[in-house]
Write a protein of this length. Structure first.
Length: 629
């Protein structure tokens, strides 16, 4: 077993490796911009050209600037998110690009528009002046802050020597066994047995507990109840997740249960619903804030001598009081894992840390929050998509393996698997249950026989093995893959299915559809084909198209999966990451349609057995060269 110092040193090296890859990718991207300074760019991390729109101020009185750009087919895959840094650029005469030296951040983003926060009035004027002379573009920047926080957290976790933290660290690293208390059984009649067992384990664990929630099993519901039950025994808990969206979601669920939540972090990254719970809003709403504001105003206007010193003393006193009041009133403090290192959280300690979506969180980010806790409860599903790691070297070194995944392997006794799922028809559920969850999932009675129509079957596979040679995969200029014939088959199949069910039933019962593919190129192609067909115009709000990553956490009544791969060698690329297929299949409530070449895919045991499951429990349809079935 490697020592603590070696372990954390290796983790820091992996973080440095990932940061270097992010920087290299950014520089490559900016270099490529210069190769086509006059062409439009509509990529997930870049838009060119953009048009400057209105300027204004946000709720925090920060300057904002609206950008407009052409809507692209891959708009659903846009990587710009609120709070992320961006760089504006413009082409130069030397067939290169020049970056604008003002650091801006995304405030809001939508179809064909984006609002940025701008650092100063001078920066705003500079951008306006540049826009008069050049066409501007916007490129996603590198978030150096996150890497700095992770590096510092790993160093701090290595150095810490207080007994309680060392005990927790040793358990998490497998150097010690976890301990449990024996407590009276708690009862939650509105929860199923596996959910109640999970909460019991949470309150009994002394170092770590895992709520393993497969798709549709009510993981968030269970985690919320576990937090509320913990608050019966503790004054305050810390609730974190890797993304702001996940933090906001669980915070909203807690607020609906009348739990007092204090949301800490960058307000630009919070949902509108959470702004009223933000530290900044609550700070400004405090009863003593008006006095503090007047003191700050007097100091800005030049108060001097003894009066200035008295004002500064009173200012410090009020700032400490307001800050203490806000934290003392909160039962739950919520933030991202990176946000737990925010200056306001510097001296805060918590008996229990809850990490939601822990299976998507980088381990170094988890340590930033673990430093503030005596014990940790993680919720998630390590059989779904892992965190994104761009560096192949870092991924191979172990950065893609989460702390939750490691604890599950080290301490099975700490894991509670939720086994009743409320989303899928039992035939859709059966194969993922057998392959990923040891066959332990059971469909709740209200979901087990759920179907779009009594005449329908929940499973159908369209085998494209007999299609013409021109149906094979091809690579786009962005190195993604497409399969044009398969994309057309997806559209044709969707139309046939809607006709069978009837468009009127689709609209009246609000039946929704998701088309999922592992490849962005295929998603763009399918969106374009959908837009070209007048038939789908009135149904567009019922149909979503995206990659597997874009659909994680979502569900639809009907899911169509386009697998794309079609080659004689049986090459399937990252379809070998079976967690992607787990996510794709388990989005479906009532109907799952797979479109793919079984001849190519079945060289892999998973797809071979999946196809056999469809043959035995659904419809297996061979599509020939004429498109007949």
């Amino acid at each position: 077993m490697e020592n603590v110092s070696t372990y954390f040193s290796r983790q820091r090296e992996l973080v440095a490796c990932e940061l270097e890859e992010e920087r290299r990718a950014y520089q490559r991207s900016m270099s490529e911009r210069g190769a086509s300074p006059t062409g439009s760019i509509r990529e997930p991390a870049c838009r060119y050209p953009v048009t400057l729109g209105n300027s204004g101020r946000n709720a925090l009185n920060q300057l904002t600037l609206d950008l407009r750009f052409d809507v692209a087919e891959d708009e659903a895959e846009l990587e710009f998110e609120p709070g992320h840094p961006v760089t504006l650029f413009y082409p130069t005469d030397a067939y290169g690009v020049r970056e604008v030296p003002h650091q801006c951040y995304v405030e809001r983003v939508g179809d064909g528009w984006m609002t940025l926060s701008v650092p100063s009035q001078a920066a705003m004027q500079s951008l306006r002046a540049l826009a008069e002379r050049h066409l501007l573009g916007v490129q996603l920047g590198v978030d150096n802050t996150s890497f700095r926080v992770m590096t510092e957290a790993l160093a701090a976790a290595e150095r810490r020597e207080d007994e309680r933290f060392v005990r927790l660290r040793d358990v998490l690293l497998g150097r010690a066994q976890p301990a449990f208390r024996q407590l009276p059984r708690v009862s939650f009649p509105w929860l199923n047995v596996s959910q109640q067992d999970a909460i019991q384990k949470v309150i009994e664990c002394q170092e770590v507990s895992i709520i393993h929630g497969p798709p549709g099993t009510g993981k968030t519901t269970t985690l919320v109840e576990a937090i509320i039950e913990t608050l019966q025994r503790e004054t305050q808990v810390l609730v974190c997740a890797s993304s702001n969206a996940a933090v906001d979601w669980i915070s909203e669920q807690l607020m609906r249960r009348s739990v007092h939540v204090l949301r800490v972090g960058n307000p630009l990254r919070m949902s509108d619903e959470m702004l009223d719970c933000s530290y900044e809003r609550r700070y400004a709403a405090h009863a003593d804030y008006h006095e503090l504001w007047n003191i700050r105003k007097a100091l800005r206007e030049g108060a001097s001598g003894e009066r200035a010193q008295r004002l500064r003393n009173r200012q410090t006193e009020l700032e400490i009081k307001i800050n203490a009041d806000l934290f003392d009133e909160a039962r739950v403090v919520s933030c991202t894992l990176i946000g737990s290192a925010y200056r306001l959280m510097e001296r805060r300690r918590f008996s229990t840390l809850f990490i939601d979506e822990a299976a998507q969180a980088l381990e170094p980010a988890c340590w930033a929050a673990i430093l503030k806790a005596d014990r940790v409860v993680m919720g998630g599903d390590h059989q779904q998509l892992p965190p994104t790691v761009k560096s192949l070297e870092a991924a191979k070194g172990g950065l893609a393996k989460t702390l939750m995944e490691k604890v599950v392997a080290l301490h099975p006794r700490c894991v509670s698997l939720l086994t009743t799922q409320y989303r899928m028809n039992e035939q859709i559920m059966a194969f993922p249950s057998r392959w990923f969850y040891h066959g332990r999932l059971q469909a709740a009675p209200e979901a087990a026989q759920r179907q779009v129509s009594p005449l329908d079957t929940p499973l159908m596979w369209l085998d494209t093995s007999l299609l013409a040679a021109d149906s094979s995969e091809s690579r786009t200029r962005t190195s993604s893959l497409t399969n044009a014939e398969e994309a057309r088959l997806v559209i044709h199949t969707l139309r046939d299915y809607i006709e069978m069910i009837s468009p009127q039933k689709i609209e009246s019962e609000r039946i929704d559809f998701g088309i999922i593919t592992p490849y962005r190129g295929q998603a763009r192609l399918i969106r374009r084909l959908l837009k070209m067909q007048h038939y789908f115009r009135r149904l567009r709000r019922h149909i979503s198209v995206g990659t597997v990553d874009g659909f994680q956490g979502q569900e639809r009544d009907v899911i169509v999966i386009s697998l794309v791969r079609d080659n004689a060698e049986g090459q399937i690329g990252f379809l070998r990451d079976l967690r992607r297929m787990n996510v794709a299949m388990t989005r479906a409530r009532m109907k799952l349609i797979v479109v793919g070449n079984i001849r190519t895919l079945s060289r892999h045991r998973f797809y071979r057995e999946l196809a056999e499951h469809f043959r035995q429990h659904g419809d297996m349809v061979e599509v020939d060269a004429t498109g007949s079935r």
